[in-house]
Design a protein around this ligand. Structure first.
Ligand code: ASP
Length: 324
C-alpha cells in the first residue's frame, strides 16, 4: 500500500471576527489558501519532496497581499519591510533561516538556500539579502512590498509605542492587544506549511513580515528553529503563528515534538496541551499547524480564528478560518 502523504498550511492566527469579514474577502482568503494547498499537494502527488511542497505552498501565500509575508509584509516603525523565514527537514534535522531581509521576493526560498548552500543555519539582514542576490534568487524593490493598506495600518499605530500582531484588531479576554481603536483593519497573517511526502519525509516552513511597528531590528519566533518551526521524521513537523515573544520563550515547535518523543503523547495531545494550556497560562496568543509521520494533522489555536487548511492523500481536505 502506498504511504500516506499530506500537507497542512496556515495563513496566521488572530482575532478574525466574522462580523468584520465580507463574503468577498472570505472567498478571496479561502481561494488563496486552496491555491496554496493545491500547489503543495501537486508536488507530493507527483512523488516530489516535502521540502518542494512546502516551498510551493508558501510561495503562493508570500506572493499574495492577503498575508503578512513576502509581498503582503507589514511595515516596521521606520516604514520598511523586514521579513523572516525558516525551513527544517525532519529527515536529518537540516535547517535554514533568514531574518530581517528586505529585498528577497520569497524569503522562504532564501531560508532554503541557507539550508542547502551554506554551512550555516541562520543569516541576518543585509548579509542574507546579499547571499540571496549572489545566488540569483528573485529580488524586488521597495515598491513591490509597498502595500497601501499596510501602510495605513502603520500610520494608525505609529504614534503609540505598541506593536501589533498583524491579524489582530481588537482583543478581549484572550489577547495581547493593545489599542482597539487603532487596530480596525488588520486581518492578515504569517504563513506556514508542513508536508509529509511519499518517502516519509516531513518538512516544515514559516514566513512572516513580523509585527506592525516593530523597531530596533525586532525578530519574532518565525525564523527561530525550535520556536516557530521544527521538523523531525520521528515525531512531527510544526509551524507556528502568534505573538513571537511568547513562542520563543516556550520553544513551542520543538516542545510539541519533545512531548511526543519523551512523554509519548500523540501529536494531538501534545499540540493541544501546548496551545490550549501552556501558552494560555503563559499569555501567548496564537496557534500552530502540525503533521506526524502517519499524516495525522492538527491545527489548534487560542485566538478567535486562524486561516488554515489541509489536504491528505486519503482524499480529506478542509479550509477554515473561524473556530467552528
Ligand atoms: N509569529 C510572528 C512574529 O511574532 C507573527 C505572526 O505569527 O503573525 O513575528
Amino acid at each position: 500500500m502506498e504511504k500516506p502523504f499530506a500537507i497542512v498550511i496556515h495563513g496566521g492566527a488572530g482575532t478574525i471576527l466574522k462580523k468584520d469579514m465580507t463574503d468577498e474577502k472570505e472567498k478571496a482568503y479561502k481561494a488563496k489558501l486552496n491555491e496554496a494547498l493545491q500547489a503543495g499537494y501537486a508536488v507530493l502527488e507527483s512523488g516530489g519532496s516535502s521540502t518542494d511542497a512546502v516551498i510551493e505552498a508558501i510561495k503562493v501565500m508570500e506572493d499574495s497581499p492577503l498575508f503578512n509575508a513576502g509581498k503582503g509584509s507589514v511595515f516596521t516603525n521606520a516604514a520598511t519591510n523586514e521579513m523572516d523565514a525558516s525551513i527544517m527537514e525532519g529527515k536529518d534535522l537540516n535547517a535554514g533561516a533568514v531574518c530581517s531581509v528586505t529585498s528577497v521576493k520569497n524569503p522562504i526560498t532564501a531560508a532554503r538556500l541557507v539550508m542547502e548552500k551554506s554551512p550555516h543555519v541562520m543569516l541576518c539582514g543585509n548579509g542574507a539579502d546579499e547571499f540571496a542576490r549572489e545566488n540569483k534568487l528573485d529580488m524586488e524593490s521597495k515598491e513591490y512590498f509597498f502595500n497601501p493598506e499596510r501602510y495605513q495600518q502603520l500610520q494608525k499605530i505609529i504614534k503609540s509605542e505598541k506593536i501589533q500582531l498583524d491579524h489582530d484588531h481588537i482583543e478581549d479576554d484572550e489577547g495581547y492587544l493593545i489599542d482597539p481603536e487603532k487596530l480596525k483593519d488588520s486581518k492578515y497573517g504569517t504563513v506556514g506549511a508542513v508536508a509529509l511526502d511519499k518517502h516519509g519525509n516531513i518538512t516544515a516552513g514559516t514566513s512572516t513580515g513580523g509585527m506592525t511597528n516593530k523597531k530596533y531590528g525586532r525578530v519574532g519566533d518565525s525564523p527561530i528553529i525550535g520556536s516557530g518551526t521544527y521538523a523531525n521524521n520521528k515525531t512531527c513537523g510544526i509551524s507556528c503563528t502568534g505573538h513571537g515573544e511568547y513562542f520563543i520563550r516556550k520553544v513551542v515547535a520543538y516542545d510539541v515534538a519533545a512531548m511526543m518523543e519523551y512523554q509519548h503523547l500523540t501529536l494531538e495531545e501534545a499540540a493541544n496541551l501546548m496551545v490550549k494550556e501552556k501558552l494560555v497560562e503563559f499569555g501567548g496568543s496564537g496557534g500552530l499547524i502540525g503533521l506526524d509521520k502517519d499524516a495525522n494533522i492538527v491545527m489548534p489555536f487560542n485566538t478567535k480564528g486562524m486561516y488554515r487548511g489541509y489536504k491528505k492523500s486519503s482524499g480529506e481536505t478542509e479550509v477554515k478560518i473561524y473556530n467552528d
